[in-house]
Design a protein. Structure first.
Length: 373
């Protein structure tokens, strides 16, 4: 792209009426400079951040991530940026955009893995990502940076409705994989807080709720649901919250993927990040949980280190008439369940535990994802 065409594209971005937050790590900073260097940037740019270290990236995402340079991480960065845009602007949410980019490029030491870049953009109505593996050893770091910046600028322009902004072979000779998911209207409403739930295949009273990330749904989850259904003689509804206290908010591609994995089950999609919120939404519920989740409910670190706040949360759950069916987990070589987690007495009183003889699951979804990768 010529310098004049480059500037004209950015001018069109600034005239689009969209407002953006951009976050990137590992490369692509030239795109930020280019966007800010063309007059009119104040109409478009709300914030630009570079969470470069692992700690900074975890803080930006609001929690853990599997791999710094990956397509899911780029999408999570874009979603975090979109939520920041909502925080900083009172403009119509449909005009706000979050853009995320993560790259692994040439550095001072040889890299074992491929050089690659992942860019994503998030709006109230769509999630889109670009991924590209760069031919290793064919470019200098500066040349690779230029490719990342170009791909990032294409994503910004496309997110702002500029339909002819797709990357070309002249700007990125290597194949670029593009993924997109346009939101159902109810997903947008859920993301923006305009509705509390979206239900799938639910034709029964929701007495038993299995809350989880289900990333992926595995045999342990299936056995837990079957045991809970048999114990109480009622169907189990899987609850998938798009918000989580220590993980990034789910984007539309992630929602579609998770729902596909739950396609044979009743599912309630919510944005209830905590069990206090879940209890208020679903009073009288028996929540199916693992011992690791139960430990977090009783851990004061999730309540700003305050035992008073934790105890108030437990009291709020109890007031709603909710209880927990706790399934044990092997943690650090020992089986843990409600009786040996050291839970506060008020929380332990709300728990019924499944004995090790009935259920013992060693691997988590995170461990299964690691194995599959």
């Amino acid at each position: 792209m010529s310098e004049s065409s480059h500037s004209q594209l950015i001018e069109r971005v600034h005239a689009s009426g969209c407002k953006c937050v951009i976050s990137l790590t590992g490369g692509g900073s030239q795109a930020m400079a280019d966007l800010l260097g063309v007059p009119g940037a104040s109409a478009t740019m709300l914030e630009a951040v570079v969470p470069y270290s692992s700690e900074a990236l975890a803080e930006w995402l609001g929690g853990k991530f599997d791999h710094a340079c990956s397509e899911p991480t780029a999408r999570a960065m874009a979603m975090a940026a979109f939520e920041r845009a909502r925080k900083f602007s009172d403009a119509d949410a449909t005009t706000l955009r979050g853009i995320g980019a993560t790259a692994s490029l040439a550095t001072t030491r040889p890299k074992r893995g491929p050089h690659r870049v992942h860019v994503a953009w998030q709006s109230a109505e769509a999630t889109v990502s670009y991924s590209c593996e760069l031919e290793k050893g064919q470019r200098t770091r500066a040349e690779e940076e230029a490719v990342v910046a170009g791909l990032l600028l294409c994503a910004v322009a496309e997110s702002c409705g500029i339909v002819d902004a797709a990357p070309t072979e002249s700007s990125v000779p290597e194949p670029v994989t593009r993924r997109e998911q346009h939101a159902l209207a109810e997903w947008t409403e859920l993301l923006l807080g305009k509705r509390a739930t979206v239900a799938y295949r639910i034709d029964h009273p929701m007495q038993i709720i299995f809350s989880g990330a289900f990333n992926p749904l595995h045999d342990g989850h299936r056995r837990m649901a079957a045991i809970a259904a048999a114990r109480y003689g009622a169907p189990v509804t899987m609850e998938l919250s798009i918000a989580n206290v220590d993980k990034p908010t789910l984007d539309f591609l992630e929602i579609a993927d998770r729902l596909a994995g739950l396609s044979d089950r009743p599912v309630l999609l919510t944005r209830a990040a905590t069990f206090v919120e879940k209890a208020a939404l679903l009073p009288g519920t028996i929540f199916v949980v693992g011992a690791d989740t139960m430990a977090r409910i009783g851990d004061v670190k999730y309540y700003d280190g305050s035992s008073e706040k934790r105890n108030a949360a437990i009291a709020a759950i109890a007031k709603q008439g909710c209880r927990f069916l706790v399934f044990g987990r092997v943690v650090d070589g020992s089986f843990r369940t409600a009786s040996n987690l050291g839970l506060p007495p008020s929380l332990r009183a709300l728990c019924e535990e499944v004995p090790e003889s009935e259920f013992c699951e060693a691997k988590s979804s995170t461990e299964l994802r690691t194995v599959s990768e």
